[in-house]
Design a binder for this molecule. Structure first.
Ligand code: FAD
Length: 379
């Protein structure tokens, strides 16, 4: 498999790096501290076409590869992991299913403004009693004339408080189990959509995660995305792509932590010499760079496989499993290398340590990634 970057991908890497380090990195601490949604960052990403990177140019996207997307998410997340997940959700979890399953009319109305960044999307699958076991949907959608009436509640929705467009998974036939789930595009301003309080999260504090309740929300029938009863397929195939985005976010967090740890180890003196000269520190750095590089290869492999049009579900799961573990481990070592200073918020490794953990939880926990990987081998 060829992972060499094309000229376009090299340009994306350079553009994303320059923008993120100049504009996002200096504000990341404040975003984390205040939990403020980074509207300015999203506007900058929109200007570059980064909110609909893989969407066909015909529908207002940038028409770029999944590899270009992974590279860009890593760079953005290196600077600000909150901005990384906001970008990932809009690209992978909202634009992607509308492009793959939407009618031309839906693409015109929703995909074009989502891809340009004029509108922001959220993906609404998780419920209080339907997390890893997403088939247990209790949100109900019932037809009424030319409309569908939605009732239920979703939780932990990234971008929830600021999103304009919600991709909502609902039960349309409770007797059919996961074959009774359908998907709908919902205007977040629709009457009966009620936003809960913003969650006070450990990390990615700028990403505006909240509960969303649907109380007799009426949407036109033409807002159904994909066939009736196929919503679970829409949800799971969408998560395959999403996992590449989250894996890339994890790479960015790990790369930031490793850079900081390497730099600090060369500056900090203990026992008369820089701690970088101590073998204990060198081993931590060596293990970190090895785990990061290995994970990056898996992420790029998954992206290249996706671009080839082949099934890439296990590759995406392996990429997320490895990259999220690398993010947690590398950030942990980075804090350790900083000693007491690593525990203080002025040093960004403390933020990396908190931001990293969520990558092992959302869009399928690491345990669920292992199920996907093992099932593929044992089938
Ligand atoms: C900050 C944040 C943002 C999020 N954003 C979104 C979003 O935008 N949209 C959305 O729909 N959801 C979102 N989520 C939800 C997230 O995807 C779920 O939290 C996650 O899938 C786990 O579900 P759960 O929390 O219900 O945990 P549970 O499913 O209850 O899992 C609890 C534990 O049991 C383990 N477990 C469960 N089943 C198995 C199994 N079969 N085998 C082995 N172990 C198992 C899990 O791995 C975990 O360790 C977000 C969550 C957070 C915290």
């Amino acid at each position: 498999m060829d992972f060499a970057l094309s000229e376009d991908e090299k340009l994306i890497l350079q553009t994303a790096r320059e923008l993120s380090r100049a504009e996002f990195l200096p504000k990341a601490e404040e975003i984390d501290e205040t939990s403020k949604f980074p509207h300015e960052n999203v506007a900058k990403l929109s200007e570059l076409g980064f909110m609909g990177m893989m969407v066909d140019e015909k529908w207002g996207g940038a028409g770029l590869s999944s590899l270009a997307y992974a590279i860009a998410i890593e760079e953005v997340s290196y600077a600000c992991a909150s901005t990384g997940v906001i970008m990932s959700v809009n690209n992978s979890l909202v634009c992607d299913p509308i492009e793959r399953y939407g009618t031309d009319q839906q693409k015109e109305k929703w995909l074009k403004p989502l891809a340009s960044g004029e509108l922001l999307g959220a993906y609404c699958l998780t419920e209080p009693n339907a997390g890893s076991d997403a088939s247990q949907q209790k949100t109900i959608a019932v037809p009424d004339g030319n409309e569908i009436v939605l009732n239920g509640s979703k939780n932990f929705i990234t971008n929830g408080q600021v999103a304009d467009v919600l991709v909502v998974y609902c039960m349309t036939d409770p007797s059919a189990g996961n074959r009774g789930i359908s998907c709908f595009i919902v205007d977040a301003k629709e009457k009966g959509v009620e936003l809960g309080k913003k969650e006070n999260t450990m990390g990615i504090r700028g990403s505006s995660t909240c509960t969303i309740a649907f109380n007799d929300v009426r949407v036109p029938k033409e807002n159904q995305l994909g066939p009736t009863g196929k919503g679970f397929n829409v949800a799971l195939s969408t998560l395959d792509g999403g996992r590449i985005g989250i894996a890339a976010q994890a790479l960015g967090i790990a790369a930031h932590a490793l850079d900081q740890a390497t730099k600090y180890s060369q500056e900090r003196i203990a026992f008369g010499k820089p701690i970088a000269e101590l073998q204990a520190i060198q081993w931590m750095i060596a293990d970190s760079v090895t785990e990061l590089e290995a994970a990056r290869l898996l992420v790029h492999q998954a992206a290249v496989k996706k671009d080839s049009g082949e099934r890439y579900s296990p590759e995406a799961a392996m990429a997320k499993l490895a990259a999220s573990r690398a993010a947690v481990t590398v950030s942990d070592r980075a804090v350790q290398i900083h000693g007491g200073y690593g525990y203080i918020k002025e040093y960004s490794v403390e933020r990396c340590y908190r931001d990293a953990k969520i990558t092992e939880i959302y869009e399928g926990t690491s345990e669920i990634q292992r199920l996907v990987i093992a099932r593929n081998l044992l089938k």
